[in-house]
Design a protein around this ligand. Structure first.
Ligand SMILES: Cc1ncc(COP(=O)(O)O)c(C=O)c1O
Length: 426
């Protein structure tokens, strides 16, 4: 970082401080991870200098022989991993990608059937505070008492409201989904089945969880950071639907992949970030290695150890278990507010994030749950025995939340533990 050091001391100092925080502390936010050194290099490559409006082979500016290669590689790798007919790799983030999918498949005023806020949704699934909710009509379904999606309610609402899209997958949902049921209901009302697998796609890539596209879903979106360990971006994956039997689907304007490409460009975005696309291609290559599969398997074991150990220490978990990398602690029945829990853990440099619980009695900015995940710590090499130590740190911190001296001692232990698991590339 000699160049940054010479040009901008302030930014250089902030980067060093963040490196220290990331290596001496513990990242337990389920959506965060460490980009691999190869991904970081691709992202800061000369592709950042290039304007590439359009798609491979169909650009508006010249000099695209190398950008076409990287974008086509990213597309081909994404299609292969997810068994998709088509992949768009240009959306700048998950939020932008969701908006592109909505605008590709719906007109203003159309309805989407989606999960209720407190049962696990993401803001981009139509939170009232977003622009999305001004344009489209979002109807909500919920989970039943056991935490599973209430399919009777999904069917009833689908028949009543005739949504254009039925959306599955969420931000805070620790269980596997029944995709056949979603597709059955979507087909019954002529809706498009859309999965936002931003959180769990790595388990899909490692064949540890089912792939919605294999079960009849039409469209799937995933962010490329989080567990993929790629740059901040998104993939929109889809299947051809033959709307005109006299033409090949790829030659019809009304097919889903073409509508998605057009919604991304020129509908919502102009210039793709080619350095990010190069980094996505690298991350997708890494995701096909045996090491990546082993990493996902270890992450699942760690998450289930986390669930077992927390339960053994008397913590109540939303749905009582996890099938993926997320564990959500329900504090609604204790005196301990999530914000106290989050702030206490922050004091010992363990980062976590707040989460709603089903039918949360508290407002979204002060919900009753705490979401914990170990994707980032698994990248650093944490295994089941280490996970037990992490639970011990969490438990000790929460029990000593008012004892600053004990928290300071605990912070030193967390630092020592964290430093024994180096951050890749640091
Ligand atoms: C399920 C889901 N969808 C979409 C997003 C939005 O992604 P981004 O942060 O890239 O806009 C997130 C990110 O938190 C998410 O969890």
């Amino acid at each position: 970082m000699k160049n940054i050091q010479n040009v901008d001391q302030d930014i250089y100092a902030a980067i060093l401080a963040e490196q220290k925080r990331q290596s001496e502390g513990m990242e337990l936010i389920a959506s965060e991870n460490y980009q691999s050194p190869a991904v970081l290099e691709a992202q800061s490559s000369v592709f950042a200098n290039k304007y590439s409006e359009g798609f491979p082979g169909r650009r508006y500016y010249g000099g695209q022989e190398n950008t076409d290669i990287i974008e086509q590689l990213a597309i081909d790798r994404a299609k292969k991993i997810f068994h998709a007919d088509h992949a768009n790799v240009q959306a700048l983030s998950g939020a932008a990608a969701n908006l592109c999918v909505y605008s590709a498949l719906m007109n203003p005023g159309d309805t989407i059937l989606w999960m209720d806020l407190t049962h696990g949704w993401h803001l981009t699934h139509g939170a009232p505070v977003t622009f999305f909710s001004k344009v489209f009509n979002f109807i909500r379904y919920k989970t039943t008492l056991d935490g599973k999606v209430d399919f009777d309610q999904v069917r009833k609402l689908a028949i009543e409201h005739k949504p254009k899209i039925i959306l599955a997958w969420f931000s805070a949902y620790p269980r596997e989904l029944d995709y056949e049921k979603f597709v059955e209901i979507a087909n019954e009302v002529w809706a498009i089945a859309f999965a936002d697998v931003s959180h769990i796609w790595w388990f899909i890539a490692a064949w540890l969880l089912k792939n919605p596209l294999d079960y009849g879903f039409h469209v799937m979106m995933t962010t490329t950071h989080k567990s993929l360990r790629g740059p901040r971006g998104a993939l929109i994956l889809s299947k051809w639907i033959v709307s005109n039997p006299l033409k090949k689907p790829e030659d019809t304007i009304e097919n889903i992949p073409t509508r998605i490409d057009r919604a991304v460009f020129p509908g919502m975005q102009w210039w793709p970030h080619m350095n990010t696309i190069a980094a996505i291609a690298v991350a997708l290559k890494e995701a096909q290695t045996p090491e990546f599969k082993a990493y996902a398997q270890q992450a699942l074991k760690n998450a289930q150890t986390l669930a077992t150990e927390l339960t053994a220490r008397g913590y109540k978990l939303v749905t009582g278990w996890t099938d993926n990398h997320m564990v959500i602690i329900d504090f609604s029945w204790t005196q301990l507010d999530w914000s106290v829990a989050e702030k206490t853990l922050d004091k010992i440099w363990i980062s976590t994030s707040k989460s709603t619980i089903p039918d949360d009695p508290n407002p979204p900015f002060r919900p009753s749950g705490l979401r914990i995940g170990l994707p980032a710590m698994t990248t650093r090499g944490v295994k089941e025995e280490d996970t037990k130590k992490i639970v011990e740190f969490i438990d000790q911190a929460l029990k000593n939340k008012d004892n600053e001296k004990n928290l300071a001692e605990l912070k030193n232990k967390v630092r020592e533990f964290s430093l024994s698991f180096p951050v890749p590339g640091l």
